[in-house]
Ligand binder design. Sequence first.
Ligand SMILES: C[S@@+](CC[C@H](N)C(=O)[O-])C[C@H]1O[C@@H](n2cnc3c(N)ncnc32)[C@H](O)[C@@H]1O
Length: 254
Amino acid sequence: MKFDILTLFPDLVDRILGESIIGRARTAGVIEVRTHQIRDFAGNKHNNVDDTPYGGGNGMVMAAPPIDRCFRAVLADLPENETRRVVYLSPKGKIFDQATAKRLAGYDRLILLCGHYEGVDQRAIDRFADEEISIGDYVLTGGELPACILVDAVSRLIDGVLASPECHEDESIASGLLEYPQYTRPPVWEGDEVPPILLSGDHAKIDAWRLERSLELTKERRPDLYDAYVAAHPPKPKKAKRARKTPADGGDED
Ligand SMILES: C[S@@+](CC[C@H](N)C(=O)[O-])C[C@H]1O[C@@H](n2cnc3c(N)ncnc32)[C@H](O)[C@@H]1O
């Protein structure tokens, strides 16, 4: 999976995506993240990339021409036979969720445009973006953190980024439920004990306990997820008891 991020703050993105699991995946070549400084394509001697909004109003708007030149430079050296999607991070976009992360993980390359200030000239969005994605109903100063969140959530789904595929399959949301509580050593901490079932070694019972906790937690905190899960996992019909044969039809009697 390859990511190209168009931004006015590439160092911010590189720093965040240079650490921990994502940083290691980049170093190992499992994912590739390239950042592109839009200001390098300003095309004027003061390197201005923004201007006041037509019609008046607060703040500055990122102008279309530098973004256009930056996009064209990125697109110019890409292989033809790859699948790609261009996303503009925007509070006006569709809310990002695990299903969207999974869908985006199916592309070979994601190209992410980060806005700043009052946002981006609509004409650049209309020309390049396949979709707009918001990371939540709040407004941030720029698209860099949203882009990092998207890269992180998508990358975790790429083979080789996490230690094993099951790591993301049974997690909150991905499984359809919120995850059960987790514990590690010591078994007793300042008088608080780990639930004894987790120390029992009985994996069937541990699985049942975890599912029960997940269901409880999801019902309490996310009734929307709970209802969807219950609808998708109807209780299995009980097996009908077989009629016991009587001596008359050749069966044994107690
Ligand atoms: C201050 S915001 C612009 C908000 C814009 N004036 C509006 O009201 O929709 C600057 C940039 O931050 C990014 N941004 C802010 N909040 C975001 C969110 N919730 N999700 C994704 N991107 C966001 C976008 O790239 C946006 O262009």
